[in-house]
Design a protein around this ligand. Sequence first.
Ligand code: ARG
Length: 454
Amino acid sequence: MTLWKGRFEKPMSQAMAKIGQSLVTDMRLFPYEIEVNRAYSIALQKVGVLNEEDVQKIHVALDEMLNEYEAGEYTTRKYTDEDVHSLIERRLTTKAGPAGAKIHTGRSRNDLMLADVHLYLRDQCQLMKKQIGDLGRALLRQADKHMGTVLPGYTHMQRAQPISLAHYLYSFCFYLYEDAKRIDTVLEGQLALFPLGAGAIAGSGFPIDRELMARRLGFKGVSENSIQTISSRDEFLELGSALAMVMVHLSRYAEDLIIWSTREFNFVELDDSVTTGSSMMPQKKNPDSLELIRGKAARIIGDLQTLFTLHKGLPLTYARDLQEDKPALFDMIENTEISLEMFTEVIATIKVNVEVMEGSLSSELIATDLADYLVKKGVAFRESHEVIANLFKSLSLGGTLTMKDLKAASPLFEDDAEKILDPKEAVKLRDVLGGTGPESLMRQKRILSRYFSG
Ligand code: ARG
């Protein structure tokens, strides 16, 4: 059934039906539209379009439809309606009779769909915030176990300086904290404004109480301009940008762990439950979970690109192009959600090979600390940089420096330089706020525990 056949003499072509069908995609909105209809029927009663009995019938029918939805009725292929709105109105009319046929008074699918999507997005944002919290907490638990574990830190993928593993894990947590804040900002922006009542473009033809509906459905307020309301999907673009950032972050940590799990590094081992074997090579254990997350990051950035491109130069207000926003939107949300869930499992089950990590610490990592030591003895940094560079020139790759080497390089090295020679000790010297030293770690732990406690 279509909602608009009145003025047409010919039926829709098969290609038109096929290109226009959005039911499978927007079925996700089904339960939200039931809620919107509940509130809308009350608003229609207030303006005299429905009476109390109509509203009651509608509510009973909506309850039934929600039960049917939860029982899986609407996942079958037997529905061929154009979209979820047509399906719901048709079913409602079958169940509630003439009252159901009045439900679309004074509204358009343009504003109805936006109301549904806003409710859907609110739920998904809450879920993703929780998932970010779960990942943060899994990282904090690992960090607790590895306050004292030290590994080489890399810049340019070259050994740079020793860092604490907890410091590294906390870096991921701080990214996540900012990610969660960005989602909050989206939640509090245009997404918190109730769009229904904007009509097709110019506002509803009935003085429906938009504020009453907004309150019932938990919105902060109502949108002020029907043209902007119908045209805009800025909340999708905002959320998409936030999610693309989440995925970029996940992809970078995924990449590090993939490298760390190679035989060459062997810093970590991924749990069997988050890896797969090879159909051909019996020895393989592949980090597919992390590779898929890395791959999904590309997909989600692509979804965001789709959303931006859809809007570029689109005339105001609504054009059917905008139907293509939902596959991209749902895809980015569902794939971010599974990625967050997956990464949490990876972190919760990861085995850190502390001995290998610490066994790979070598003297080159403390070059900067040695240069700093000479600065503290009054040498200009550029000069001490030179002295230490020369010292490493003569040291074989990965070789270990001794006190004798230091003293030969500069008479300013005294016995107290001994503690710098050990990268595990050198880490403790970087105790500036934000550094990898122990005081800084405790401070980060305090801050992050507060962030992720809720
Ligand atoms: N399925 C449509 C979409 O998602 C709903 C709005 C249809 N509006 C219209 N004027 N045909 O964009």
